[in-house]
Design a protein around this ligand. Structure first.
Ligand code: BGC
Length: 254
């Protein structure tokens, strides 16, 4: 068994995905397994689905005893989930890392999903070797953000919930809003313009990275944005959370 092998699991509002990762290359060593997030997103149901997913993933590549990292769409502070934007609010204040470890029968490292994605891009993707302030945003069910300075992650930034014109702006500019309201690329880009200009004015970043599944269509919307900061697609898109969760588990010696 290679010491650079780990399992990453990315829990989202709609799906739970996992795979075995080779951390020397940032490549997946197994098929990516995906199960739907149980309706309601309640703790016991999500932990049970994650247990089933981990059993399937660990059966691959003889990955039974490797480190496991899990990322989740909430503020994660000392192993506790402190918010719940697209899952049940029963998660708020929960000792989630301990509950997962009990339910899975395996030690884990537990982090915010966008932080995992940003860390993955800093190690294996678009932010690799980039100095200065990098802001990674994931456009999906919500907007996740990761702030990196000279490659060092500042966790739990939650900039998806910036209030712009009096609204929590992820409800307007996440990819789910485009789908829900059937917005054209141009209409959606108008909202993204407002969002990224606001973040730019507040943080003066050196680089924006845009992830989430929709970033594979980046030609449709990134060229429409007018910003001072370069804005580029993520390299790992939908796998960034898996890669980052796995890499952080190894970094933290789980
Ligand atoms: C949550 C964040 C999460 C993001 C992406 C937001 O609604 O508050 O914690 O990173 O969605 O899933």
């Amino acid at each position: 068994m290679s010491s650079t092998m780990a399992i990453g699991i990315d829990i989202g509002g709609t799906g739970i995905k996992g795979a075995v990762v080779d951390l020397s290359t940032g490549k997946l060593l197994s098929a990516r397994v995906k199960l739907p997030t149980p309706r309601g997103g309640r703790p016991a149901d999500i932990i049970e689905t994650t247990r089933a997913l981990l059993a399937t993933v660990s059966a691959e590549e003889g990955a039974g005893a490797v480190p496991v990292g899990i990322c989740f769409p909430a503020i994660v502070k000392n192993g506790h989930t402190m918010s719940a934007a697209n899952v049940s609010d029963k998660w708020i204040g929960l000792a989630a890392e301990k509950l997962f470890e009990k339910g899975l029968g395996h030690p884990i490292h537990f982090v915010n999903d966008a932080d995992a994605a940003g860390y993955a891009e800093s190690q294996f993707g678009a932010a690799r070797g980039v100095d200065g302030v990098v802001i990674m945003t994931t456009l999906g069910t919500g907007i996740g953000t990761a702030l990196l300075n000279d490659g060092v992650l500042v966790p739990n930034t939650e900039l998806g919930h910036l209030q712009i014109e009096g609204v929590d702006y992820e409800t307007k500019a996440a990819y789910s809003a485009k789908e829900r309201e059937n917005l054209s690329w141009e209409k959606w880009a108008g909202r993204l313009q407002k969002y990224y200009s606001t973040v730019e004015a507040l943080f003066s970043p050196d680089l924006f990275i845009v992830g989430g599944g929709v970033s594979k269509h980046h030609q449709e919307f990134l060229p429409l944005l007018r910003l001072k900061t370069p804005i580029i697609p993520a390299v790992h898109r939908n796998n960034a959370g898996i890669l980052g969760a796995a890499a952080l588990a190894v970094k933290h010696g789980v």
